[in-house]
Design a protein around this ligand. Structure first.
Ligand code: ADP
Ligand code: MG
Length: 449
């Protein structure tokens, strides 16, 4: 058996036992480097994959190899080619320390895609496994498997990253396809200005000539009737031509307020995947991948501190990591746990974490596409009463506000109204999962917005 055959045999076995998404994440670019004297050297693309293969799949791999060749006593993992690139990368000069957030890559003018968002740089875990697998499938066969693909999840959890990865994969595999990524807000702005400039036809034509349309953050279409109308027609034209449509939102289609029914049912007509909060292992994996991209090697203790304290937003996790990177570059040494603690103190207690009634009410109003005035009004319309009850509940839960205070804060209502609202929501939360999800999303906005 050649080393290629041996590895193919191992991969074939492994593939049967793990998800496609995990398989592609962990076994991509692996191979057998050498196979002699009772030892097999497996090459892996980066030290994170190395760790993962050794710890998670090491036993299984060894078992398969031993069963295929009794002579083999030992399996070792070493870094393959791609690692060299990282090591060789020049250290960034001090001048750029303050600009860590600046995009390293150029955004493509035609597609609007940022090449840094790839499947390779996306860490797969239980929180995003299904969405990742669906995205991967769409990247392989645009227009053929899931159409539309709708991915939803809270702020900073990787929706844009996943959507753009699909786009980047498609332009690589199908260079002839016209891919366009656009945030829904920009799409709306485009429609408005085309109406103003009496140029709607050009706008329509442009969008209808696309092969893959990626519309990010469609919750921003809420209440924008003209945009929804236009998008509906664009959607239909593309869909009927088997063109791929990919959408994201911070909540499932049925929870987007003021979304036309026909558009909602279009969104629900394909595949819907969600992205949840990453678990501890995934957060660590993300931190390790990101620090490796920057050719840095922070201790597990320090990374563990970050992963423990920042749980609900990958973007914040990255922000924290960037602070450590800046420290490392300025001091030319890795931060110790104590350094990390003091560096992140301000971040963990930043003003955005400080919650007050206004912030809660604004967040709820914003989530349901209402005005703050409406929430505190006396209106008894169902679409206002419920968000109001949720806002009252959140004031009670998050701030421990007294019932009389809550009543007063909502336009001078009686404290019994506040009690009733809170009790109603508490009761409903027991068996309404959707409500629970909505409240989680709102809280996320309160704490990160
Ligand atoms: P969203 O669009 O859901 O608000 P983004 O896609 O912008 O979130 O993600 C925020 C940041 O976190 C990005 O820099 C992205 O690369 C990173 N990120 C999120 N999830 C992952 C993941 N699973 N693996 C690697 N990076 C991730
Ligand atoms: Mg996004």
């Amino acid at each position: 058996m050649t080393k290629e055959e041996l590895w193919q045999a191992v991969l074939a076995q492994i593939q049967l036992n793990i998800s496609q998404a995990n398989f592609s994440t962990w076994f991509k670019d692996t191979g057998i480097l050498s196979y002699k004297e009772g030892q097999v050297m497996v090459s892996v693309p980066n030290s994170f994959a190395k760790e993962w293969l050794e710890n998670k799949y090491g036993k299984t791999i060894a078992k398969i190899i031993f069963s295929l060749d009794q002579e083999i006593k030992d399996v070792k993992y070493i870094l393959g080619k791609s690692e060299l690139k990282v090591i060789k990368r020049n250290p960034v000069s001090l001048a750029s320390v303050g600009q860590l957030e600046i995009e390293e890559f150029k955004i493509d003018k035609d597609t609007n895609l940022n090449p840094k968002y790839t499947f390779e740089s996306f860490v797969v875990g239980p929180s995003n496994e299904l969405s990742h697998a669906a995205a991967w499938a769409v990247g392989k066969k645009p227009g053929a498997v899931y159409n539309p693909l709708f991915i939803y999840g809270g702020v900073g959890l990787g929706k844009t990253h996943l959507l753009q990865s699909i786009g980047n994969t498609i332009i690589k595999n199908f260079p002839e396809k016209k891919v366009r990524y656009i945030p829904a807000e920009k799409f709306t702005a485009g429609i408005i200005s085309s109406i103003k400039n009496h140029d709607v036809e050009t706008f329509k034509k442009m969008y209808r000539s696309i092969d893959v349309l990626i519309l990010d953050d469609v919750q921003f279409l809420a209440g924008k009737e003209k945009t929804q109308e236009e998008f509906f027609h664009t959607f239909n034209t593309l869909y009927e031509d088997n063109k791929q449509i990919i959408l994201s939102s911070d909540r499932p289609p049925k929870a987007i307020p003021a979304l036309e029914e026909r558009l909602r049912s279009r969104f629900e007509g394909g595949m819907i995947g969600d992205i949840g909060y990453p678990d501890y292992e995934t957060r660590m994996a993300i931190l390790k991948t990101k620090s490796q991209e920057k050719a840095l090697n922070f201790s597990d203790e320090v990374l563990g501190y970050l992963a423990t304290n920042i749980q609900r937003n990958v973007r914040e996790l990255e922000g924290a990591l960037n602070r450590l990177v800046a420290y490392q570059r300025i001091n030319n040494k890795n931060p110790e746990l104590e350094d990390a603690k003091s560096l992140l103190k301000s971040l963990l207690l930043s003003p955005s974490k400080v919650v007050n009634p206004k912030k809660i009410i604004d967040s709820v109003a914003n989530f349901y596409d209402l005005k703050e005035k409406e929430i505190i009004s006396i209106s008894r319309k169902k679409e206002i009463v419920r968000p109001r009850q949720i806002a009252m509940y959140l004031l009670r839960e998050e701030l421990k506000s007294s019932y009389p205070f809550i009543g007063r804060r909502f336009g001078g209502k009686d404290h019994t109204t506040a009690i009733h609202a809170c009790e109603k929501i508490v009761k409903e939360l027991e068996n309404n999962e959707n409500l629970g999800n909505e409240i989680t999303l709102i809280k996320q906005r309160i704490y990160t917005g």
